[in-house]
Write a protein that binds this ligand. Structure first.
Ligand SMILES: NC(=O)c1ccc[n+]([C@@H]2O[C@H](COP(=O)([O-])OP(=O)(O)OC[C@H]3O[C@@H](n4cnc5c(N)ncnc54)[C@H](OP(=O)(O)O)[C@@H]3O)[C@@H](O)[C@H]2O)c1
Length: 212
């Protein structure tokens, strides 16, 4: 595996794996919604969840990106938006939601899972503005679980890196069961272009800059 590919694995896949299999306790056959699925993090989560036998529905704001997510194994892609719970047919039936859009959608996500279902908040693509006037009595769905994960805890007490099966993930890559190729690889001299691509929302996945 080239270094540019290996470098694309650790933070993204360790975080996605922990959200899916620790926070959400995802099991084969379960229904999972991933909001913000075209992000690098979202694509990693789609691939890991599909490989684990989950029924994955994904969201993007851009209909032109639906085919890419379906090619990764999502059974369907929904147009992103705050009122998704009112449009999605499995509303109230999902076992789990990985919400990478964040504070603007998480309360909606809580209404999408079944009783006992879990929502993991782990991305803020929609911005970091706090949830205004959050009143659980009036706004929170009953009987569901809300959980958070931030990769900055890796290596601290309770979150050993050894918990994440990085070796098994690398073996899946080597065996062709998991494609972790970055969408773009830049030389260090091209770093301005890498920033331009990222800021123009044209990355289409993980980008790697090679130093030498
Ligand atoms: N919890 C953790 O430990 C952890 C670790 C890594 C990253 N993160 C967070 O996870 C999120 C994803 O990170 P990333 O590096 O994978 O992102 P990324 O690849 O840069 O994400 C790009 C995608 O974001 C979507 N997007 C952009 N603006 C959006 C908006 N206003 N609303 C909804 N979607 C929007 C676009 O999807 P469409 O145009 O297709 O909708 C685009 O495909 C970020 O918020 C990042 O901070 C968290």
């Amino acid at each position: 595996m080239p270094w540019s590919e290996l470098a694309a694995i650790p933070e993204t896949y360790a975080t996605a794996w922990t959200c899916l299999f620790r926070n959400l306790e995802l099991a084969p056959g379960q229904k999972l919604l991933i909001r913000g699925a075209t992000s690098s993090f979202g694509q990693a989560a789609v691939k890991l969840a599909v490989n684990a036998g989950a029924h994955v529905v994904a969201t993007s704001r851009n209909a032109e990106r639906f085919a890419m997510l379906e090619a990764l194994g999502a059974v369907r892609v929904e147009l992103a938006g705050a009122g998704l719970s009112g449009r999605i047919v499995e509303s109230g039936q999902f076992d789990a939601v990985l919400d990478l859009v964040g504070n603007s959608t998480v309360l909606d996500s809580l209404t999408i899972v079944r009783r006992g279902g879990k929502v993991c908040l782990a991305g803020w693509l929609g911005g970091l503005a706090p949830i205004a006037d959050f009143n659980p009595l009036l706004q929170m769905a009953s009987g569901v679980y809300l959980t958070f994960f931030g990769s900055f805890v890796f290596g601290t007490t309770g979150f050993p890196l050894a918990d994440v099966p990085l070796q098994a993930i690398a073996q899946d890559v080597a065996a062709g069961r998991l494609d972790v190729k970055p969408s773009r690889v830049f030389r260090f001299e091209e770093i301005h272009e890498a920033h331009r691509v990222m800021e123009a929302n044209e990355a289409g996945g993980k980008m790697v800059v090679v130093l030498a």
